[in-house]
Write a protein that binds this ligand. Structure first.
Ligand SMILES: C[S@@+](CC[C@H](N)C(=O)[O-])C[C@H]1O[C@@H](n2cnc3c(N)ncnc32)[C@H](O)[C@@H]1O
Length: 303
């Protein structure tokens, strides 16, 4: 999810700091990578989804708290979501809430929030952080909470987890059932339809992603990533390479996402019962344009 953001430095990254940080980090880890390529074949393994470190709440938080190229990435969108909550009210439902990065600051401001996610490990950590949010294990493609919400939010690129049109339609159908009349459904997703975006998506080089302390004090974990894009299916795969500094073993996790292009998403919303009321190109509320980094949709139910 986040590797894309790293490269869109014009909007979110302090370029000079990121560069300096990157150089320092690369120097620190270059030794540990020297042998990595040679040993990769024998020592690498692809883990099943349940075992993903990326979806292990403790690792997930540390990965993004120590994300290499975008300082404060984990809080960049919070003012935007607080603004949405102030404008449209609660109760709020967050789809794919993870460990509560967005739900928690909303609840801290007094909004009534429910978060759903499919991963036990993410929810386990979320529950430890706060009991103010209602955390529910559910699949965003088939949930029934027997409750309606004034605001349903789908933060940063989580819609990428819906890997085909049927999955999006199933999710939108659930959203429709849970949205109050007059309520808003807000989606934030990266815009793949710019030259800069496609350059990044097609860049298959290995880059530094995160360096973080192992949550069980096993040492320092270095994460690098590479991208692979199949535009015929709009499937984008990120390989994350995890390595403990000083150890030979490298662990590989491949995460599969689906990109959504602007007109495709507009059509999907329209033909699944939503009216697009606003479309922003960034968190500051600027209108969506050909060069926009993001597509942010504010939708309501069709009459
Ligand atoms: C990258 S995390 C984002 C978490 C949080 N929204 C944030 O911005 O920090 C994506 C989350 O989507 C969840 N997820 C993936 N597929 C899902 C599904 N079908 N139903 C519910 N959650 C899902 C994962 O478990 C993970 O917690």
């Amino acid at each position: 999810m986040m590797s894309i953001l790293a490269k869109h430095s014009g909007i979110v990254v302090d370029n000079s700091k990121a560069k300096q940080m990157n150089n320092e980090l690369e120097a620190r880890v270059s030794a540990s990578f020297a042998s990595s390529e040679a040993t990769k074949k024998e020592n690498s393994s692809v883990f099943s989804e349940q075992e993903y470190l990326h979806y292990d709440g403790r690792h997930y938080d540390l990965i993004y708290e120590n994300y290499c190229l975008v300082p404060k990435l984990t809080t960049l969108d919070i003012p935007f979501w607080l603004d949405m909550a102030s404008q449209y009210g609660d109760p709020i439902l967050e789809l794919s809430c993870g460990t509560g990065r967005v739900a928690l600051p909303l609840a801290d401001k007094g909004f009534q929030v429910t978060g759903i996610d499919i991963a036990d490990s993410m929810l386990e950590l979320a529950r430890k952080k706060s009991a103010q949010v209602e955390w529910i294990k559910a699949d965003i493609q088939k949930f029934d909470l027997a409750k309606k919400f004034n605001l349903i939010i789908f933060p940063i690129n989580c819609i990428w987890h819906l890997l085909n049109i049927e999955a999006v339609e199933a999710c939108f159908s659930c959203v429709k059932k849970h949205l109050e009349t007059g309520g808003k459904f807000v989606i934030d997703i990266f815009n793949p339809a710019t030259k800069a975006s496609l350059d990044i998506l097609f860049d298959s080089k290995k880059n530094l992603y995160s360096i973080y302390p192992h949550p069980d004090n096993k040492g320092t974990v270095v994460v690098t990533y590479s991208n692979e894009l199949d535009l015929t299916q709009q499937i984008y795969k990120t390989k994350l390479f995890f390595k403990l500094v000083g150890e030979e073993q490298e662990r590989i996790e491949e995460i599969t996402y689906r990109l959504y292009f602007p007109q495709e998403l507009e059509a999907l919303l329209k033909y699944n019962g939503f009216k697009i009321e606003k479309k922003f190109g960034a968190y500051d509320g600027s209108p969506f344009s050909s060069n926009s980094f993001q597509q942010i949709f504010v939708c309501s139910l069709q009459d």
